[in-house]
Design a protein around this ligand. Structure first.
Ligand code: DX5
Ligand code: ZN
Length: 214
């Protein structure tokens, strides 16, 4: 079954707790939390204190997407704040293998994200060690951008890599420009976890928006 993870980047930040409860009620599976440091991406959002502040508003898993330089320096703070899963960017890690294992040692599922121009082949050395691959379908930093069509090619390449190595259990997440139209494309190409910000938070009926994506 497709997992739907609305991104709170598109939520009303002045009502973040209520917004999270609203998507829970609307049928969301995970809460996608976009952490941005203003260096790895040209935007700055929130860090551990905000995650901690909203942790008690829901039981849904916090799917924390770290769009930050050198995530190894602060990932334990995100775990302490209530992250249930951590996704780091391959491009932000000079020691990716070591950083993956520092998350695994804490018992959390670990994801590795690839920016649009990063080939999936770079994941070959760590595919056995991770729980999820995040294929960015926009350039990270902002919600409401348009889907990059080449993402479909990358998804198909990734799925065949996973199948060839009997790793079909690894989740394939997509993030950016996911809506009713692009959801069908990415599901067909092998994605099973869909992040959506605008398509859910700006929908007149959030429950309907989530079921359409699913
Ligand atoms: C972009 C973020 C995405 C973004 C998705 O850097 O990682 O999660 O919020 O927003 P939409 O679905 O509006 O493109
Ligand atoms: Zn994200």
């Amino acid at each position: 079954m497709t997992i739907i993870a609305p991104s709170i980047l598109s939520a009303d930040f002045s009502q973040l707790g209520a917004e999270i409860q609203s998507i829970e009620k609307a049928g969301a599976d995970w809460v996608h939390i976009d952490v941005m440091d203003g260096h790895f991406v040209p935007n700055l959002t929130f860090g551990p204190p905000v995650i901690q502040a909203v942790r008690s508003t829901t039981k849904l898993p916090f799917d924390v997407h770290l769009m930050i330089e050198r995530p190894e320096l602060s990932l334990h703070d995100y775990i302490a704040a209530g992250a249930d899963r951590i996704t780091i960017h391959l491009e932000a890690c000079s020691h990716l293998h070591r950083t993956i294992y520092s998350i695994k040692e804490k018992g959390l599922p670990v994801g590795v994200a690839l920016n649009p121009a990063t080939p999936v082949s770079l994941l070959a050395p760590v595919l056995e060690d991770i729980d999820m691959v995040l294929i960015m379908t926009v350039n990270p930093g902002f919600g409401g951008q348009s889907f990059i069509p080449y993402s479909v090619t990358k998804l198909k390449e990734l799925r065949s890599m996973l199948e060839a190595r009997s790793l079909s259990h690894v989740d394939v997440q997509v993030d950016g420009g996911i809506n009713a139209q692009t959801a069908a494309l990415v599901r067909e190409a092998g994605a099973n976890v869909l992040v959506a910000g605008n398509a859910v938070f700006n929908a007149p009926d959030r429950a309907e928006a989530i079921s359409v994506l699913r």
